[in-house]
Design a binder for this molecule. Structure first.
Ligand SMILES: Cc1cc2nc3c(=O)[nH]c(=O)nc-3n(C[C@H](O)[C@H](O)[C@H](O)COP(=O)(O)OP(=O)(O)OC[C@H]3O[C@@H](n4cnc5c(N)ncnc54)[C@H](O)[C@@H]3O)c2cc1C
Length: 387
């Protein structure tokens, strides 16, 4: 980021290795993403498989996991990578989050040794793509009410139902599907070429257009007993995966905000009205100052949560604090930057409106802001307002 935006001198708080990882990802985004992303966004098409292999080469997929070809990086390094990816586009950070923190993490944490050997090494290189199916057409914030069912038939499992709004589904090789069984919620590693599985792309999204999203239909999908993730019992298993992915968002959203602010600073210092640069007006400086303050506050929060994660002390409601605050502030920054760019703010020639539109999805997925308020509210009051 431009030195001026590091108001609190956070850079020296990072280790040499963390800074190196960040710089490598930043370079990748500059070389491979920035020149094309406006077109991918406009066309609603992204070369996700190709990008996944490039991300895999750099060790970004399942980056914070250990073994099975994963990089075993720190939580802070993973967060910094998310920040750089999302400075390119939230869709690309979503690709990496869903692959690493949702699909791979679920198999890594809850899978059998055989499932891990089968899927994780090829997912780490980006040869195999994973997705994570929790949300359903009629059950989003309340996954406990899910309608997708898995029933025993001899040794086999038979899955019936449907999942909606599933990132990567149309290009995935494997889906981690969460379904209700007689014993409660269970997870399954479902090869996408299993008979009865279909994935349809959701088109006409006005947000995250550089990300592939789909619907999965499960029509009497017969799976061998060993497709079940043996260590996953109950809804707490998918929720723990969401905590992993939400942590990446805490950092990622700030990447989008930073890119907006950098763009806006450059614009406001060169665009003149009334005979002086926009940046010379007090009202503009007030906006820029408020945004820069929120950005560094968010970065401090992300770094603090990252250090807690690396010390194995991060709690889910702390991740809710980070996701709620940082996505909300990132979206406010993107919208405010849009005003400073005037008409150019609505143009795809600048990244600002694209980031703002993307952040609308980021505000909603991985727990809406209201759900994170309820999580924090429950921690504060001891009362659950969910049920
Ligand atoms: C681009 C994109 C990608 C996604 N990728 C995935 C994925 O890979 N895998 C996956 O499983 N899901 C994915 N999702 C789904 C996402 O997680 C859900 O959209 C989200 O959980 C919200 O569910 P919903 O859309 O059904 O909204 P609803 O649950 O219907 O909520 C609608 C509104 O009501 C509010 N609300 C709901 N309950 C309460 C309550 N108790 N109190 C107060 N307010 C409440 C919500 O906060 C929200 O504002 C994705 C979504 C998008 C947009």
């Amino acid at each position: 980021m431009t030195a001026a935006l590091d108001l609190l001198d956070l850079d020296p708080s990072l280790s040499e290795e963390e800074r190196q990882i960040r710089d490598v990802v930043r370079q990748l985004v500059d070389d491979r993403v920035r020149p094309h992303v406006a077109d991918w966004y406009e066309d609603g098409r992204v070369p996700a498989r190709e990008l996944a292999r490039e991300f895999g080469k750099l060790g970004l997929l399942g980056m914070h996991l250990t073994g099975y070809g994963c990089a075993g990086a720190s939580a802070v390094a993973y967060g910094l990578a998310c920040q750089e990816l999302e400075a390119g586009d939230s869709g690309l950070r979503s690709l990496v989050s869903v692959q690493g923190s949702l699909a791979m993490y679920a198999i890594w944490r809850y899978g059998s040794e055989e499932q891990k050997q089968r899927w994780l090494p090829s997912m780490a290189t980006g040869e195999a793509i994973g997705c994570f199916g929790l949300t359903e057409p009629d059950h989003g914030s309340d996954p406990a009410s899910m309608a997708t069912r898995a029933r025993r038939d001899g040794d086999d499992w038979v899955l019936t139902g449907g999942k909606m709004w599933i990132t990567n589904a149309p290009i995935a090789d494997v889906a981690v599907i969460w379904a209700r069984t007689d014993e409660g919620v269970r997870g399954f590693a479902v090869p996408m070429d299993t008979p009865g599985v279909t994935a349809r792309e959701i088109r006409r999204k006005m947000s995250l257009r550089a990300s592939v999203t789909g619907e999965i239909v499960l029509d009497d999908v017969r799976l061998p007993a060993d497709a079940q993730l043996p260590e996953a019992a109950g809804l707490k298993a998918p929720l723990s995966c969401l905590t992993e992915a939400r942590y990446g968002i805490v950092w990622g959203a700030l990447g989008a905000a930073r890119d907006c602010l950098e763009t806006t600073l450059a614009y406001a210092t060169t665009r003149t009205q009334f005979g002086r640069p926009l940046a010379g007006f007090q009202l503009t400086q007030a906006k820029l100052a408020d945004m820069a303050v929120e950005l560094v506050k968010g970065q401090l929060l992300a770094l603090h949560l990252g250090r807690l994660a690396d010390a194995r002390r991060l709690r889910p409601e702390q991740v809710s604090v980070g996701k709620l605050n940082n996505v909300r502030e990132a979206l406010a920054i993107a919208r405010q930057c849009r005003t400073i760019l005037g008409a150019n703010g609505v143009s795809g020639e600048y990244p600002v409106m694209r980031h703002a539109n993307n952040l609308e999805s980021v505000l909603t997925y991985e727990g809406t802001s209201e759900i994170h308020q309820l999580v924090i509210g429950q921690r504060l009051t001891g009362l659950s307002a969910f049920a």
